[in-house]
Design a protein around this ligand. Structure first.
Ligand code: F6P
Length: 321
């Protein structure tokens, strides 16, 4: 393989820039030509492709977001758009593509694979919703951002003796809520993987109040069936405690990546290059298990199910008795 490309796709995540940098510098170290595709698959269709040098990726390691920009491309899913994307790869004689993104981005990569392109997927999403890997790039930063917000909200909730429902991201996977809730001492954590037990939530709050605790934090992942507003209203009605709502939104998706995310992104980015250099390599998804960088066949990785660690939820419940 002589020429590779890198793109970011879907929702941005802190650490994507560190991954781009690792791919570019790793490729140049191994004497590969490396191209950056802007705006994900949409940019590929539009031919937004430029050759990158060592200097192109200077000063991006510490930045949040993605320097290559990102998009959710509907055109890529049409036969015409997909054909054009393939033409562009052929025009630039690109044989391998590193796709940094989540589930949807990997599915796009799988389509390219079927058309003969070798794709290496790097898990870049704050949601941590890819079952084949313990952690995704951006998750740790996001959890730390939520944790810091939770601390601030606790100060004010405590001063006013209120309950606060904090809504965090996570449509199908509640890991942001679970990790931030467990490490931030939330009284209740609600995740899409588990049903809402309103009796238990109210009971925990009332028991806390009876012990002299006058404030509580309830962390709700956005994918939970009961809406944040409805949840707050129900808690207020059933406990008599004043209950506020805070929706963290994009605050938790931006920001400078933590050391952990930079390390993960750098190791995974370099691994992607190593895989592309292997003779006869087919498409893969790179991940981490324990402290080891691992990889699976791309399709196999996408078919894996279940990212929810039940034991952590049980631990959170024990901690919030
Ligand atoms: O990146 C994943 C995610 O943050 C989800 O948790 C969230 O629902 C979604 O992206 C929102 O992204 P956007 O507003 O860019 O469509």
């Amino acid at each position: 393989m002589k020429r590779i490309a890198v793109l970011t796709s879907g929702g941005d995540a802190p650490g994507m820039n560190a991954a781009i940098r690792a791919v570019v510098r790793g490729a140049l170290y191994h004497k590969l030509e490396v191209y950056g595709i802007e705006r994900g698959y949409e940019g590929l269709i539009n031919g937004e492709i430029k050759e990158l040098s060592v200097g192109s990726v200077s000063d991006i390691l510490q930045r949040g977001g993605t320097w290559l920009k990102t998009a959710r491309s509907k055109r890529f899913m049409t036969p015409e758009g997909f054909r054009r994307a393939l033409d562009m790869l052929q025009n630039f004689e690109i044989e391998g593509v590193v796709v940094i993104g989540g589930d949807g981005s990997f599915r796009g990569g799988l389509e390219l694979t079927k058309a003969g392109i070798t794709v290496i997927g790097l898990p870049g999403t704050i949601d941590n919703d890819l079952a084949y890997t313990d952690f995704t790039i951006g998750f740790d930063t996001s959890v730390n951002t939520v944790l810091s917000a939770l601390g601030n909200i606790r100060d004010t909730s405590s001063s006013h003796e209120r309950s606060t429902v904090i809504e965090v991201m996570g449509r199908h996977c509640g890991d942001i809520a679970l990790y931030a809730g467990l490490t931030g001492g939330a009284e209740s954590i609600l995740i899409p993987e588990e049903p809402v037990d309103m009796n238990k939530i109210c009971r925990t709050l009332i028991q806390g109040k009876n012990r002299g605790k006058m404030h509580s934090i309830i962390l709700r992942a956005e994918g939970v069936e009961m809406s944040t507003q409805e949840l707050a209203k129900t808690i207020e009605e059933r406990t008599g405690m004043e209950t506020k709502v805070v929706v963290l939104g994009y605050i938790q998706r931006g920001g400078s990546p933590t050391a952990r995310d930079r390390m993960l992104a750098t190791r995974m980015g370099y691994k992607a290059v190593e895989l592309l250099l292997e003779e006869g390599m087919t498409s893969k998804a790179v991940g981490v298990k324990g402290d080891e960088i691992i990889y699976y066949d791309l399709e196999e990785a996408l078919n894996m199910k279940g990212c929810h660690d039940k034991s952590l939820m049980e631990l959170a419940e024990i901690m919030s008795i």
